[in-house]
Design a protein around this ligand. Structure first.
Ligand SMILES: C[S@@+](CC[C@H](N)C(=O)[O-])C[C@H]1O[C@@H](n2cnc3c(N)ncnc32)[C@H](O)[C@@H]1O
Length: 381
């Protein structure tokens, strides 16, 4: 039994966030009460938002050049060490595979970054490790090797596929969450929200009656973005410079006018359809060029959420795609999360990458709460 285990004083948890981006995961962990010391990311454009909104230092570095002793030196002695990391998901995502069929994702230079996460775990031996990624990663050898390494290092490993509305994230997003601990068995806390009061999903029968009385419904698109002022495509709100929507080409303007909430491009006049949709092979791509529905959770927010043609990213009733603010709110960033560095031009594409790449803050809070509970249960006599 480690010195940290079964003692009576309360134990503080200190975290380092590898691949920290603009801090979705860090912010949620901090909201759960976990101290995040630092985040590491190779992209310098993430620094402003990460440091402005979080009491943590941004380390601009390629993880492949980050060594164990440097990481170890960040942790104060006596704290439970938590190492979290959401390696870039592009090499493993279904979306990448669908649209880059001819490219072997193993050639992607991001492919091996999970090995560097594993290397740092081996060198530093944090008591707890947490990780979030897209679900197809489970089928990859590199993931099996990662789990194998954790088990070899005597971690108790837990993995679960999370449907985000079950934890109050207003998005039909599915993600893999992995938790590993040397203190004992660890797991995610039970679901915190009901997904189905709105007729949006089928697993209500799995819930007990008391869950209906106890759990609040998952927020909908309406509850998340309806109070923002209306804007047109290409416009910026006078009161909020993050509430800005991409300009539309004339054809997309005509298309969105004919789009119905929850419908597809099949609702449009034939002459508006894209050439690929006219081929039999394009018939199945019904999740692009769609409008969201007010009273359901939104689609998975990707880095392209501001593009009408890249998913079900049309506003439920205004003729435009989601604004940057709406994407951030659906990712459960707080309204006052500051993404815009003063005197730096606003770049929609870059903000889309920062926001779409993030772990939803609410899911990160749930991960943090699960870790807090685990540490409390395993370090008090
Ligand atoms: C999925 S995003 C992480 C999002 C973040 N956890 C959040 O919640 O906001 C992956 C991040 O990995 C970073 N990244 C990519 N290659 C890297 C490398 N070699 N070293 C460090 N960071 C890297 C990217 O810049 C990106 O911000």
């Amino acid at each position: 039994m480690s010195a940290l285990q079964k003692r009576n004083t309360s134990v503080s948890i200190s975290a380092v966030d590898l691949f920290c981006g603009v801090g979705g995961l860090t912010h949620g962990l901090q909201q759960s009460g976990i101290k995040v010391l630092a985040g590491l990311d190779v992209d310098p454009t993430c620094r402003y938002a990460f440091e402005k909104n979080n009491a943590a230092t941004f380390i601009e570095k390629d993880i492949r050049k980050f060594e164990g002793p440097e990481l170890s030196s960040l942790y104060p002695s006596g704290d439970v060490k938590l190492l979290v990391g959401c390696a870039p998901c592009q090499p493993f995502s279904v979306h990448t595979r669908k649209y880059r069929k001819h490219k072997d994702q193993r050639q992607d230079d991001k492919w091996g970054l999970l090995n560097d996460f594993g290397r740092l775990i081996e060198e530093v031996r944090p008591e707890i490790v947490a990780f979030e990624n897209v679900t197809p990663i489970r089928k990859e050898d590199i993931f099996a090797d990662f789990i194998g390494k954790l088990k070899f290092l005597k971690y108790s490993v837990y993995q679960v596929l999370v449907y985000c509305p079950d934890y109050g994230v207003p998005q039909k997003r599915r993600r893999l969450v992995l938790l590993a601990s040397t203190l004992g068995e660890i797991s995610l806390i039970p679901k915190t929200h009901l997904r189905a009061t709105l007729g949006c999903a089928g697993e209500t029968s799995l819930l007990q009656t008391e869950d209906y009385e106890r759990l609040p419904p998952c927020p909908t698109v309406r509850e998340t973005i309806d109070d923002l002022p209306p804007i047109a495509a290409g416009e910026v709100s006078e009161t909020d410079s993050l509430h800005r929507a991409r300009r539309f080409k004339a054809k997309n303007q005509a298309r969105i006018k004919q789009s119905k909430p929850g419908g597809t491009w099949k609702d449009w006049d034939v002459q508006l359809r894209a050439p690929c949709h006219q081929k039999p092979s394009g018939e199945t791509y019904t999740s692009v060029y769609g409008r969201m529905e007010w009273d359901k959770p939104g689609p998975t927010i990707t880095t392209q959420f501001h593009n009408f043609g890249s998913g079900r990213f049309g506003h439920p009733e205004q003729d435009r795609a989601l604004s940057i603010r709406e994407g951030a709110l659906l990712q459960t960033f707080p309204e006052d999360y500051d993404f815009l560095e003063p005197r730096v031009p606003v770049r929609i594409t870059q903000l889309g990458i920062h926001i779409g790449n993030a772990v939803p803050v609410r899911l990160a809070t749930v991960i943090g709460q699960s870790i807090q509970k685990h540490v409390e249960e395993n370090t008090h006599g």
